[in-house]
Design a protein around this ligand. Structure first.
Ligand code: ADP
Ligand code: ASP
Ligand code: MG
Length: 819
């Protein structure tokens, strides 16, 4: 025989009840003997509790809620039965129960008292109503079924709200009852009776337990718990969207996960099944053909040491500290004794080996009471200053990382802590049982969802990592990046196990975001259609508020507006990737502050495209420095425009003509003076100097002007060219002088011995820049290890596609760092 249990989620609507009856029918058609436990219809127990509370407070709205409750059951009858006579017959039974419920509520209303005993009685109506309706409907559909009120058989103590079962009596009752009742039993879950025959409940979610109690008493071959998910998942799917179902877990693992919040199965359920070694299978009513999860003595086929991550979302921490606790025997037992007297359950305990402090987690409703009873217990020690005041901290969550195999696998906690640290999540307390079945962590509740996702990513999907990207400025470079991500995502997922999810985009007018990832293909249309006007502060607030793991901001603007927020962003444990040079060329103090923020919050600030676009200039320099090398000299041409102009000048005899050619070919800014001022190249030199570990400011770079003051101040571009032409002679003169020495002219950025400059230089054929062509960039680092020749990097150093490629490389570097 099999025991099947259907939870409220399986009987949420009349249509679903009909599907469940279909599932039962298929078992019977296959000759499988079954009996079935049902919960109340979905949310009915919650409604009964809320009704009771409103009634005792004489809040008249209880009448409206009672009416809704009646309607849920009447509608089910109406939907499930065809004939009027059938509807009337079942309706009568249901109305009788509802009238009784109304009378009891009226009693509560009058006496203004709601005892745990009365509340249990009121809650029992949920299961009694659902099972009455379902058993009747089954009979009308030709399946011979019998309503079984489990209060007849399940006997318990008198802990109302959370009864302890008397198995000796209960098992005997069940065995005997089933000897004479051969029809399919439709059993009310969740309820039982005390020795005095008072109605009692087995704790919220207790129908699972009922199934196990009946299953064990009847020596069932399997207990099936039918719910609304594909079994036990690696985490609660409402909090971790990547959670996936496990094919098997052990009883102990299931017990541990459910104790720490995995609502999918009620914690005591495992015990009766384990005693009789009856396997429990969790199945999905909405996906009946799926195999689900098997809970048994055997482990699953998955290769995970960790099986699941669950959480208790709202707890309060109590911290008891004091020098008088060190080495004193019996402190812990007095703390627990004081709490036990008030029936306060302690969920987690940690004590530092110095014994100077003890930290306890309890349910939030007991926070103040716990403080009171502990302070009362230690009142003399507190008076004498041996123990400090008890500190209560609310708004915390416990996360439990559960898995039977963790015992044999070193490094799990290290991995978990590292992942949390790199995402800026502070762990407030840690506890690990010596069985190593569970590592429990306390974090602030506001970080719970992020922490669960970070842990899930690192412990289950370490091979497949998701980066959450927020892009500001989808202009030339930004849109090239989005295109690249679209093209490369499948390859990256396969080859580097990195999944890049673009979560938010903002341009100058509009912004939009979607936590589940936006469709990169249609980003432009979606951005245009977005109703949110662009607002940098709101965008950043949204990005921080989402608390997504592995969040990265990509700033593709060239302005300082976003840069002002960099520190705040890094402080929120969000990494930054940018081709924007402004942050690195402000004062040295601000430059270092950003690095410190990134270090402190374990995130990355990457700007490899600041110099030479995708050329590996900055990252090579970083490598040299971290390997202990020292920079002696930097020489470079970091401007495609200036490179082109001077390379072309090798063949032409007019500087102004060459500038014009550069402009016609699209190498210059709309106003070529923006290139000729050399400021952009100076900024790049400054970044390389600073990256070499040298404190330097932009104003200390000497810049040789390529144009006269008159040319610079000309009010139109035409006039600018005229003035430039007037100066042609001077440069051509220099070119001739150089040629006489077999040299060419180049405009070079240089740093050496504490001096930095941008100037026209004569280069001989030995110089690594002598043969430069077109608009190439080049840099030569003379270092302690690379003196002759210097380490030289040369290639195309500009263009939206190149820059986008460099940004993507930086994003992947962050992915590697996240591990
Ligand atoms: P039922 O009404 O069938 O008893 P519950 O709502 O009590 O269903 O339990 C099922 C729910 O438990 C799922 O919908 C899911 O949101 C939640 N849940 C929490 N943790 C887990 C987990 N690790 N695996 C599966 N489900 C989980
Ligand atoms: N109906 C009860 C509850 O909501 C029992 C259960 O669902 O298992 O807690
Ligand atoms: Mg449940």
């Amino acid at each position: 025989m099999k025991i099947l249990k259907f939870g409220g989620s399986s009987v949420g609507t009349p249509e679903r009840i009909s599907d469940v009856i279909g599932i039962l029918k298929s078992y019977l058609d296959n000759g499988i003997e079954i009996c079935v436990v049902f919960s109340a219809f979905q949310s009915v127990t919650d409604k009964l509790i809320s009704l009771s509370r409103q009634t005792v407070e004489r809040n008249e709205s209880y009448k409206k809620e009672l009416e809704q409750l009646k309607q849920i059951h009447i509608n089910a009858i109406d939907f499930l039965l065809k004939e009027k006579s059938e509807k009337i017959s079942v309706g009568k039974k249901v109305i009788k129960l509802l009238v009784e419920l109304e009378e009891i509520l009226h009693g509560v209303y009058l006496v203004k008292e709601l005892t745990p005993r009365t509340l249990d009685y009121i809650m029992s109506f949920g299961e009694r109503l659902s099972c009455t309706i379902i058993s009747e409907v089954m009979n009308y559909k030709g399946i011979e079924a019998e309503y079984l009120d489990s209060r007849l058989l399940v006997k318990t103590d008198d802990s109302f709200g959370n009864a302890k079962v008397n198995f000796d009596v209960t098992n005997k009752n069940i065995e005997e009852y089933f000897l004479s009742h051969k029809k399919i039993q439709i059993i009310t879950g969740f309820i039982g009776t005390t020795e005095k025959n008072e109605t009692i409940t087995l704790g919220r979610g207790g129908s699972d337990y009922s199934a196990s109690i009946f299953g064990a008493a009847l020596n069932a071959e399997e207990i099936e718990i039918w719910t609304d998910v594909d079994g036990i998942l690696t985490a609660d799917p409402r909090k971790v969207s990547d959670a996936f179902s496990l094919d098997a877990v052990t009883y102990e693992e299931a017990m541990e996960m459910s104790h720490f919040g995995a609502k999918v199965i009620h914690p005591p359920t495992m015990k009766p099944a384990l005693n009789k070694k009856i396997p429990i299978r969790i199945k999905n009513t909405f996906n009946p053909s799926f195999i689900g999860t098997l809970i048994s003595e055997k482990d699953g086929s998955e290769n995970f040491s960790v099986k699941g991550i669950s959480s208790i979302d709202d707890i309060t921490l109590l911290r008891i500290t004091g020098s008088g606790m060190v080495g004193v025997v019996g402190i812990a037992s007095r703390i627990f004794g004081a709490l036990a007297k008030e029936k306060i359950n302690v969920i987690l305990i940690t004590q530092a080996s110095s014994e100077h402090s003890v930290c306890l987690a309890i349910m939030p409703q007991y926070g103040e009471l716990s403080k009171k009873v502990i302070e009362e217990e230690f009142k003399w020690e507190i008076r004498d200053g041996m123990i400090d005041e008890v500190f209560v901290e609310s708004g915390m969550s416990i996360i439990a990382v559960v898995g039977g195999d963790m015992t044999h696998t070193p490094g799990i906690s290290g991995k978990a802590f590292q992942a949390l640290g790199k995402n800026g999540i502070n762990i407030i307390a840690i506890a690990q049982g010596s069985s190593e079945l569970n590592i429990s962590l306390v974090v602030q509740k506001e970080y719970l969802k992020k922490a669960l996702n970070v842990l899930h990513n690192s412990l289950f999907l370490s091979k497949q990592k998701t980066l959450n990207l927020f892009l500001i400025g989808p202009g030339m470079v930004g849109s090239a990046l989005l295109k690249l991500i679209l093209e490369r995502n499948a390859f990256l997922a396969e080859q580097t196990h990195t999944n890049i999810k673009v979560v938010g985009v903002m341009d100058i007018d509009k912004m939009y975001y979607d936590e589940n990832g936006i469709d990169v293909k249609d980003w432009r249309i979606n951005l245009q259609n977005s109703k949110s006007e662009s607002n940098i502060e709101k965008f950043i607030e949204q990005m921080r508020g989402m608390k997504l793991p592995n969040s990265i901001l990509v700033d593709c603007t060239a302005r300082d507006k976003v840069v002002q927020y960099y520190r705040q962003i890094l402080n929120s444990s969000i990494s930054i990737v940018t081709p924007n040079k402004i942050a690195n060329t402000q004062s040295y103090e601000k430059f270092t502050a950003l690095r410190e923020a990134a270090d402190k919050y374990n995130v990355q600030f990457r700007y490899g495209t600041n110099v030479g676009a995708a050329l590996p200039i900055i990252n090579t320099l970083k490598d040299l420095i971290s390997n202990g090398d020292e920079v002696i000299k930097i020489e470079g041409i970091f401007s495609g425009t200036l490179s082109f102009i001077f390379n072309t000048l090798k063949e032409k005899d007019s500087f102004s003509e060459v500038v014009k050619i550069a402009q016609e070919k699209g190498y210059t800014e709309p106003d070529p003076r923006d290139d000729l001022r050399g400021l952009d190249m100076a900024r790049k030199l400054l970044i390389l100097i600073r990256e070499s570990g040298i404190q330097f400011e932009l104003k200390d770079i000497e810049i040789e002007k390529l144009i006269s003051v008159e040319a610079e101040n000309a009010d139109t571009i035409e006039k600018f060219y005229e003035r430039l032409k007037a100066d042609d002679e001077k440069i051509i003169e220099r070119k001739k002088n150089a040629a006489a020495k077999s040299c060419v002219l180049c405009y070079i950025a240089k740093y050496e011995s504490g001096k930095a400059s941008l100037s026209i230089q004569e280069l001989n054929s030995q110089h690594p820049f002598f043969n430069l062509t077109g608009s190439e960039n080049i840099v030569a680092f003379t270092t302690k290890n690379y003196q002759n020749p210097p380490l030289t990097i040369r290639g195309q150093g500009a263009g939206a596609d190149f820059t986008a490629g460099g940004i993507l490389a930086d994003i992947l570097r962050i992915s590697n760092y996240l591990g």
